[in-house]
Structures are given as C-alpha cells and as structure tokens.
Design a binder for this molecule. Structure first.
Ligand SMILES: Nc1ncnc2c1ncn2[C@@H]1O[C@H](COP(=O)(O)OP(=O)(O)OP(=O)(O)O)[C@@H](O)[C@H]1O
Ligand SMILES: [Mg+2]
Length: 240
C-alpha cells in the first residue's frame, strides 16, 4: 500500500504525521517492511534520520528514503523502486519546492492521499486554490482515483469533538474529497518528541517517570494509532 501526506501549504503536520504513521504499531502489525519517503528538498526528515543513525537507534522494519531530484525520470523511478521493495510506503509530499508535476505524480501514485487541513479559512482557500486543481487533474486522467482523497482535520483542540470536525468538513469539502474519521489534535509533545532523532515510542520510554509528559505522549500514541487504524479501515473498505 502507498499512502501520502500532502499539502501545498507549509507547516500543517505532514512530516510529523508521516514519521509517526510509519512507526505506528498498527502499521507494523499489518506490514512487514515500511518505507518512509521524504520528497521535500528541505530535508526535515533526512536530518532527523541522520540524528537517529548517529544515536544508534534501531529502526527495525522502517527504512528511510529521501528523493528531491528535479529530474522527472529520477524522481519517478525512485518512487516506483521504493514502492516495489516495501509492503507499505508512507510519503511526505510537499507542494512548494517540489513543483506541481512532482506533487501530481506522487499523489497519483498513492492508494490513499491524506490532506492535513486546519479549520481555518486561509488554509481552506489555499487548499481549494492550490491542491484541489491538482486533484482534479489526477481524477480527470484516472477516474478510478476518485475515492482516494481524504482530508485529515489537524491541530484540532483536544477538547473539540471530532464529530463536529467531520460534520464541518463534510459540509465544505468539494466533490471527490472526503473527511477521514480521525483527527490529529494539537499537542505540545509533537513539537518535542523528535529531539535527537527519537520517535514517539522511544520518547515515551524516556519520559516514563514524568507524569505530565507521560500522559501527553500516551495520548499522542493513541492519536496516531487511531489515525493509522482509520487509514487501514478506509483502504480495506475501498479495496486499495
Ligand atoms: N499535532 C501537533 N500539535 C502541535 N504542534 C505540532 C503538531 N504536529 C506538528 N507540530 C509542529 O508543527 C510544526 C510543523 O509540523 P511539520 O513539520 O510536521 O509540518 P509540515 O507540514 O511537514 O511542514 P513543512 O511544510 O515545513 O514541511 C513543527 O514545528 C511541529 O513540531
Ligand atoms: Mg515537512
């Protein structure tokens, strides 16, 4: 299976979601080999992975790949080759810096495209103006991709009801884009867990003796497992 977190707007949680989904227990139970792929020239994940390696953490079944070539052939062949060698591929797909053609190819390659979106007029307009035209192009060229695009409500206040978010997005989203029945809450732990190359589970062990941090990280792990399980359920339902 191939999933991609995509946004043309920056800072919506793509990289954090890609990392945590790739390292989730839910995905590990379903897939033996998982490739985390960064298509961003910025290299946020590449730097984090280098730190992991320096610290000597064991990534087990998860491998990391960075593709930022502007050459169409290199970019596309890279994606195809990684996908062929892994049971699950999780891509971090940016809009800016990668170019529309690359974004379109990467999204079209996915079985499931997840669009992290805040409930903010600015973000919704940016989505409609930048990413939605790309989605329409993909569907025009490959109508069977119609049911593959999902918004994930992100940076949701932990006390806001997820149901309210789904209803809100169902109301405003255009045709061919649905709201995933999961939310990605705003939590300080997501800003801190990845210091020195740690993943969420390793960080959780580190803060075991600190009650406040432990609660935060436990909730974050629940968020991620729930998002991962929802992705699997949707993909099974649609037989991707
Ligand atoms: N659920 C969350 N709650 C609070 N902060 C978060 C959450 N997820 C990510 N962050 C923080 O928000 C910032 C943006 O997250 P991230 O880098 O994952 O987004 P991105 O979409 O990949 O950004 P870019 O467009 O720069 O690649 C980071 O500082 C990250 O630590
Ligand atoms: Mg990023």
């Amino acid at each position: 299976m191939v999933i991609g977190f995509v946004q043309t707007k920056g800072g919506t949680g793509k990289s954090t979601l890609a990392v945590n989904t790739a390292f989730s227990r839910t995905m590990h139970r379903q897939f033996d080999s998982i490739a985390l792929v960064e298509l961003d020239s910025q290299g946020t994940l590449r730097n984090w992975w280098a730190e992991r390696q320096e610290m000597g953490y064991n990534s087990g079944h998860v491998s990391f790949h960075h593709i930022s070539s502007s050459q169409k052939e290199v970019f596309q062949q890279g994606i195809k080759a990684i996908s062929a060698h892994n049971d699950l591929m999780v891509m971090d797909i940016p809009g800016e810096g990668t170019g529309k053609l690359h974004t379109r190819f990467a999204c079209a390659f996915c079985d499931l495209v997840i669009i992290p979106l805040r409930t903010s007029t600015n973000d919704e307009n940016a989505f409609m103006n930048n990413l939605y035209p790309i989605i329409k192009q993909i569907i025009r060229a490959a109508p069977e991709k119609r049911a593959h695009f999902f918004v994930l409500p992100v940076f949701v206040h932990p006390r806001v009801s997820p149901r309210k978010c789904y209803e809100y997005f169902d109301e405003i989203l255009p045709v061919y884009v649905s709201c995933l029945e999961a939310v990605y809450p705003s939590r300080a732990v997501y800003e801190n867990f990845n210091r020195q190359g740690l993943n969420l589970h390793e960080y959780s062990k580190l803060v075991e003796n600190n009650k406040k941090n432990r609660q935060q990280v436990t909730r974050a792990i629940e968020d991620i497992e729930n998002i991962s399980q929802t992705i699997i359920t949707v993909s099974e339902k649609n037989r991707f």
